[in-house]
Design a protein around this ligand. Structure first.
Ligand code: GLY
Length: 269
């Protein structure tokens, strides 16, 4: 998940692949999963990689009524122990939220949990955190009212928020960028203007990758120095190795077919 710093990644919520995964929304990276058994294996390997890195992993049961339910990142925004429950930007995804909000509420007792209201829409996948600086994508799933509700929370926490326009051929901000560490953003050329992230804090940088490796730009940096990466993106792999980090490669082919990236499949809290 893209809203926690490296040192805050201790526990991750995941949700299994439903038997209806072949009906997941698929308009960007993929045209729909074709092998649900393989998707389940890939999801198992993903959870195993998190566990092996010392993360406590919970798996909520999947829900065949919601083909996209695996993508838990979109359903809750957890920032410094505060929780914002967004109204997801696609109507078919709204009712995925209750089991996730119930789980988070049970785990984070004493935490103030806010819910979005009215016309506000947001998918958690549109939020990116670089240290204590936040970015949000204005996308087909996240609107201005949603962005203002996020801004209210971040202002309360003393964090800055910058808005990035997501091009029509991309789903979320985290579909086209990630922060493998608290000081580096990786993003593909050709999707965002070179100044999209603005002036970064000292010591931070954007590493631009070839456009054809866009899917590989979604990574998960972990506190033990490992970085989860999708298989098949050599420039991203080299960049991670050159940063002195340890890549852990995962086959994401079927999850990619449902437009899901690595970060989409977990919610760190
Ligand atoms: N298939 C993931 C999404 O469109 O939200």
């Amino acid at each position: 998940m893209a809203t926690v710093r490296l040192d805050q990644k201790n526990r991750a919520l995941t949700r299994g692949i439903p038997n209806t995964f072949d009906r997941a929304l698929s308009n960007f990276f993929g045209t729909g999963p074709t092998d649900i058994a393989l998707a389940k294996d890939q999801h198992r390997a993903y959870r195993q990689a998190l566990l092996a890195a010392g993360i406590e992993v919970t798996v909520l049961p999947s829900d065949d009524n919601h083909p996209d339910c695996t993508f838990v990142e979109d359903q809750a925004v957890v920032i410094d122990g505060h929780v914002l429950l967004p109204v997801p930007g696609h109507p078919s995804r709204v009712n995925e939220q209750p089991p996730i909000s119930e789980f988070i509420t049970r785990q984070l007792t004493g935490t103030k949990i806010c819910s979005m209201h009215g016309d506000a829409r947001m998918d958690g996948g549109d939020i990116l955190r670089l240290g204590d600086l936040f970015f949000v994508g204005r996308s087909s799933r996240t609107n201005d009212a949603g962005i203002e509700e996020l801004r209210d929370l971040l202002t309360h926490l003393g964090h800055e928020l910058r808005v990035i326009e997501i091009p029509g051929h991309a789903l979320h901000l985290t579909s086209i960028s990630s922060t493998p560490t608290d000081t580096v953003i990786i993003a593909p050329e050709g999707f965002l203007p070179k100044d999209a992230f603005g002036e970064l804090p000292e010591g931070c940088e954007v590493k631009w990758m070839p456009a054809e490796e866009v899917y590989g730009c979604n990574t998960i940096g972990l506190p033990n120095g490992q970085v989860l990466l999708a298989e098949g993106y050599p420039t991203v792999l080299k960049a991670i190795e050159e940063m002195g980090l340890e890549p852990v490669l995962l086959d994401m082919s079927q999850i990619r077919e449902a437009d899901g990236s690595l970060t989409c499949c977990s919610l760190f809290f």
